[in-house]
Ligand binder design. Structure first.
Ligand SMILES: [Zn+2]
Length: 70
C-alpha cells in the first residue's frame, strides 16, 4: 500500500501574497509552478490597480512569491 515511488508528481505550488499590510489588503493567489508568468502578471496588475504602485515582474518575483507545499 505504500507507494513511495509516486513522489514524482509535483507537490509544490507558487503563492503570491500582497504585502501592503498598511492598507489591510489580503490579496493572495496560488498557482502551479508552470503558471508562474501569469501569476506574476496578475499580482503586478493588482498592485498597480489597487495600490497605484508601479512594480516590475522581477520585484514581484523576488519579494512576494514563495513556494509552498500542497
Ligand atoms: Zn494588495
Amino acid at each position: 500500500m505504500t507507494t513511495d515511488q509516486q513522489s514524482e508528481t509535483s507537490t509544490t505550488a507558487l503563492q503570491v501574497a500582497c504585502d501592503t499590510a498598511v492598507s489591510g489588503c489580503v490579496f493572495r493567489m496560488r498557482t502551479e509552478e508552470d503558471d508562474k508568468d501569469r501569476l506574476l502578471e496578475i499580482a503586478r496588475d493588482h498592485v498597480n490597480e489597487q495600490h497605484g504602485k508601479e512594480v516590475t515582474l522581477e520585484e514581484i518575483d523576488e519579494q512576494h512569491v514563495e513556494t509552498v507545499e500542497v
